[in-house]
Design a protein around this ligand. Structure first.
Ligand SMILES: Cc1cc2nc3c(=O)[nH]c(=O)nc-3n(C[C@H](O)[C@H](O)[C@H](O)COP(=O)(O)OP(=O)(O)OC[C@H]3O[C@@H](n4cnc5c(N)ncnc54)[C@H](O)[C@@H]3O)c2cc1C
Length: 380
């Protein structure tokens, strides 16, 4: 698989690297500390025209998963939350592009591409996260549409969103049922967004519970054909798994950048900490792990761009996500260790990397679920 960067990818990397250092890195600590939504970072990403990056040229995108990974990696290197702003915009975009009707695409995609609209994606419920089929939010048919009842948790971006893609089940009470996505808008009667979670990581982008009390959703707000939209959307979203790996690679690289600087400037036992061989080997191992993860992520992204699909891609993407996010955790943990007590202090940036890395092992399919995908492919 060839994943040499083309000119466009090099330009994206260099542009984001410049902006990241000048404008994003100085904001990262405050976004994490205050847990306030970074509207200024959203505006910056909009100015840079990045909300459409992975998508086709008709939306001014580069139609490249590798380009998307490069952008996310460079952002996550300095600010996980800013990288997250891109990913939360891309998820509903990808879902509507893959599973939406023509009218839905026309109505929502130009706004999502330009940043004029924001959206969120809601599957998880109190009793079912990994077990997607176990959702209990109901969508009962009624005149002209559906009535939604139930509740969701962990819906990221929901309080700032113009609409939310909500998964709900129709059919008999006990059935595993038919799942559809519905476009739910704030202000629909009976729909409420709860208070935001107080999170350990990913603090800048709010995650909230959602409540549905007999919410009427018109038929045209069901994503795609009855019963088929859900499968199409989930398959399309599987294609974007390398992006989560790219967040891990960027995070690991950023943690390593900070740790390297720190040990070069810290003295102990009359010498610079970076002169101890034990410390040098730790840094070397961190670099080896990060570079290996980067190669897996680029390979999976290039495979998506080359049109590889099915179990081969599923396993490759799961390996990339799992390894890159486990690497982010391991590297961030060692980076905190190299900072000594300063690693524990909020005065220094490094424990933010540690906290954000933990989130990555859990979101978008936990790393145990990724291992299930990988072993299923091996054993079939
Ligand atoms: C910061 C953040 C943002 C999020 N944003 C969103 C969002 O925008 N929209 C949304 O829908 N959800 C979102 N989520 C929810 C996330 O997708 C779920 O947390 C995740 O899918 C895991 O589900 P769970 O928490 O219910 O854990 P569970 O599924 O209950 O799992 C508990 C533990 O059991 C393990 N486990 C479960 N099943 C298996 C199995 N078959 N084999 C081995 N181990 C297993 C899991 O790996 C985990 O360790 C977010 C979560 C976080 C932390």
């Amino acid at each position: 698989m060839d994943f040499d960067f083309n000119d466009e990818q090099r330009e994206i990397r260099d542009l984001i690297r410049r902006v990241a250092v000048d404008k994003i890195a100085p904001r990262a600590r405050e976004i994490d500390a205050s847990a306030e939504y970074p509207q200024d970072m959203f505006d910056l990403l909009r100015e840079l025209g990045l909300f459409t990056l992975p998508f086709p040229a008709e939306f001014n995108g580069s139609n490249s998963m590798l380009s998307a990974c490069v952008a996310v990696e460079e952002l996550a290197r300095v600010c996980y939350n800013t990288a997250y702003l891109l990913v939360v915009q891309w998820t509903p975009f990808g879902a509507i592009l893959a599973g939406g009707t023509d009218a839905q695409k026309q109505r929502y995609l130009p706004g999502l591409a330009s940043g004029a609209l924001r959206a969120a994606f809601s599957l998880t419920e109190p009793q079912s996260g990994s077990d997607v089929a176990g959702i209990q939010t109901r969508a009962e048919r009624c005149d002209g549409g559906y009535r939604l009842n139930g509740g969701k948790i962990w819906c990221t971006n929901s309080p700032v969103s113009d609409f939310i893609l909500v998964a709900a089940k129709s059919g008999g009470e006990a059935a595993r049922g038919v799942i559809n996505f519905f476009i739910v808008e704030p202000g629909m009667e009976g729909f409420e967004i709860g208070a935001k979670e107080d999170k350990m990581g990913a603090r800048g982008i709010p995650s909230c519970a959602l409540f549905f009390d007999d919410v009427f959703v018109p038929e045209e707000n069901r994503l795609g054909p009855e019963g088929a939209g859900f499968k199409i959307v989930m398959e399309a979203l599987n294609l974007s798994r390398p992006i989560i790996g790219a967040r891990g690679v960027g995070l690991a690289q950023g943690a390593m950048d900070h740790a390297t600087q720190f040990v070069k400037n810290r003295q102990a036992f009359g010498q610079t900490v970076s002169d101890f061989q034990g410390v040098r080997w730790m840094l070397a191992d961190m670099a080896i792990q990060t570079e290996a993860a980067r190669n897996l992520v680029y390979k999976a992204a290039a495979a998506v761009d080359a049109g590889v699909r099915g179990p081969e891609l599923g396993s490759m993407s799961a390996i990339a996500k799992c390894h890159a996010t486990d690497t982010a955790m391991a590297v961030a943990e060692n980076a905190v260790q190299l900072f000594g007590a300063a690693g524990i202090s909020n005065e220094y940036p490094i424990n933010r990397y540690f906290r954000d890395a933990k989130v990555l092992q859990i979101v978008e399919g936990t790393n145990q679920i990724q291992r299930n995908i990988i072993s299923r492919t091996l054993l079939k």
